[in-house]
Design a protein around this ligand. Sequence first.
Ligand SMILES: Nc1ncnc2c1ncn2[C@@H]1O[C@@H]2COP(=O)(O)O[C@H]2[C@H]1O
Length: 929
Amino acid sequence: MAAGRQRWSTQIVAGSERSPGVLLLRYRRHSGGEDQVGATFGASKATKATAGATSAAVKWRRQLERGQMTRPQSTAFEMSNKNKELMNDIFTNCKLKNGFGPSVQATAAATSPTKRPLSPDHPNPALPITETPSPAMNRMGWALRTLLVADNSSCLKDRKVSGKLIRKCAPGTELVDWLVNLSPIVHTRAQAAGMWQALLEEGVLAHVNKEQPFKDKCFLYRFRLDEEGGTAAAGVPQAEDLGAANEHIREALSALFQRGPDATLRMILRKPSHERTSEELELVFEELVHIAALSHLSTSIKRELSSIFVFEAHAQAGTICDEGRSWYILLKGSVDVVIHGKGTVATLKTGDDFGKLALINDAPRAATIVLKENNCHLLRVDKEHFNRILRDVEANTLRLQEHGKDVLVLERVAKQRGQHSAFKYTVMSGTPAKMLEHLLETRLGQSVGGMDPFLDDFLLTHIVFMPVVQLDAQTPEDREYIINFKKRVIQFMQKWVMAVRHAAFEEPSVCDFIEDLAAEVEADPDLNEETSIVHNVLTQMARYQEDRNQNAGQKWKLPPNGQPICLFSGNATPSKTVIRPDDDIIFRVYCADHTYCTLRFPMHTTAELIKACAADKLQLNRGPEDLVLVEVKSNGERSVFKDNDVSIPTGLSLNGRLFVSVKDHLDALTQLQEQECPTEGVDIDLEILSTKELAYHITLFEWDLFWAVHEYELLYHTFGRHHFGKITANLDVFLRRFNEVQYWIVTELVSTPSLSKRFGLVRKFIKLAAYCKEYQNLNAFFAVVMGLSNMAVSRLQQTWEKIPSKFRKIFQEFEALIDPSRNHRAYRVFVGKLQPPLIPFMPLLLKDMTFAHEGNKTSLDGLVNFEKMHMMAQTMRTIRFCRSRSLGLEPPSPKSEGEVRSYISSFRVIDNQRVLTAMSQKVEPTRKL
Ligand SMILES: Nc1ncnc2c1ncn2[C@@H]1O[C@@H]2COP(=O)(O)O[C@H]2[C@H]1O
């Protein structure tokens, strides 16, 4: 590995501006400090679930508005100096304990999240939910206590419990009595109990043994101020304190009255399920109705949730939510969504939910959730309950945002059989970077015994995405994260090579990266387990490079008369030879007067360069802007190439010719005589060749051509010759072969004058189709049957009349199989039952690609439309499936193997329909009625 090269820092790049078709992985050191805070998530999810909005609270509030508050006892006393000090002390304490403002803490948390203990599994409703009481609660508690202490008949007394003296405590029942008597707004004992619970949950009041929440029972409670170490002054309060307490009590009661219902609710939600009474569950249910994140759920599910929701309060900003065991709804406060290396990407607020992605996909959390404020309230559903109740009914669409913009849209889809839950989330659209991050963080190694479908789709189609994808992943200090990240990248590499094979090694920078990776793994004992994976990738890369070096600079020839493109060495059988971008091809370019030049260029040469060179050689003496490169087909049709098209010679039709022409003189271009009636090709009496042997060798020949086609070529072909600047030569050759076989059938039949020979040939071709079908060469099967159905053949009445009915029936069955109606349903059903190896009807796959491409936008609102990518990948996967087993056909007994092989590799073909029809007319003139 080169010294000084940066690695294992923070960037993954898919594609590059220079070569967008290649996924590059590279790392750079994370500069830090780029975190942005403040974007919101799910802004549409406004919620009514804020504190105080319970139906019970609303009911109570109305009563409060109607009721008359009477100020008990005397008024207008000043607070004593001593108690002023006491209050100041309490307030200062609170400020110090609460610490910095939330934004400061949140930013600190976002850059280095402090790992605090996770949420308690079983929150205890007897304990406070805040670290210290809020100043307002402190003041309310102080006022109530002052009045209680001042009351001679007060329930607040020193009591002996089990021999131990407890100062100033009172039973719950008596505290309730006192409060109901104190204020006319408190109508029920439950209301009063809720108000005391509001004080208890902030620690102003507590059960003497800290074992009970507030209950209207004989349990003893006392004020914090009276606990050991409490700062309350013993004895009767001074007149000025009493005055101040009386002054404040109206406001305090009103505030407590409002908080009571929520405090009661929180108390219920902190109790274990089995301790919740049916009235309590009803109260919870009424609350759940107002939570936006639950609005899509049925009543019965909400009822079930009433008993399993757990309330969690977190006192401190900076606390991290759990590691993916629960789903949460934010009831109060806000949280930051923090991603390694990126910092805070979104802020969730009251009513938003998070955490179901990890649960539904059984994956780690896609982000760390860090509390942004002190005293955040959450509702939690644990994994086992989520799986049981919610997993299969959860919302269909999940949108992840970063900095206020959608970055990933996921949709719930049914899982395949055999997986333990019925649903999971799949990617519908996203930014390339977020999709890659989602893959690396949550989708690797998840699928049992195979590849995650999203990962496979991504690897097959990533070349379509916007050129640069970045993933800032980690800070260099976080060793544990880096090791995990490295492991994921290694797995990613392995799957990448598995999915696209040699195409993964085509970019030199990727090969460099793999070598660096191998060196890193070698040197790091923490990556021992990954060594074998990396070695495997290295071996495959070396094999590819060796093969590339051995076959570098092959020369191909495009024969002028529609024969297959063949190696210039004269080796007619391609024998698993792939055409590569820098292989040369020799071909002719004509001009209007049919003079031509012969050129030799690498396959990836653009039309513009070919045009310029041909014009020069043919001495056209015109500037490139006046000239075009154009194909003239055998029927005279012309089609102009774009300047940046590549794979030009292989893209010609069977008997097409390449012309360079002055733009304005295009109409003057005419086809050559030889295009109409090619004379080259092996002249042989077909009758003597064994049909089975013909089918066998056609299949072997086409298997090799099919084998050379890379799945990516389907994408290049679909998006157009110019789009990626990559060659489609192997696919072109395979498609030409289809046409060649189809027109060979027609050409042979219409150029056989003898009726008996023709009828013999038709029979032979029907048998040939049957053998091709048996060999599962459906490409050739289609070509032969389509050839026999060609108008120039189907009109040969005298010939068809002679065909025995048995053969005609077989042919009808074949025609039914190639019937294009209902989107080639008959063929699709048939092929769906076959096992590999098989050669598919390639034009249909290309039609499916075009359908997906033209019917769907590549980008939706700035996000990659991954549904489209998925559709395309499905078709590309068909090719992989067809070739997933090697061809091991039983060879027929050889009769004339050599002749058959040379014959099938170079048919003599006419592809001009007009000429074929005329020849058909000649051999069998239309009968006059
Ligand atoms: N941009 C984002 N990237 C990842 N997770 C996000 C994002 N915005 C919100 N989240 C939530 O953060 C949660 C972290 O845990 P989950 O992966 O279960 O589910 C995730 C989402 O619910």
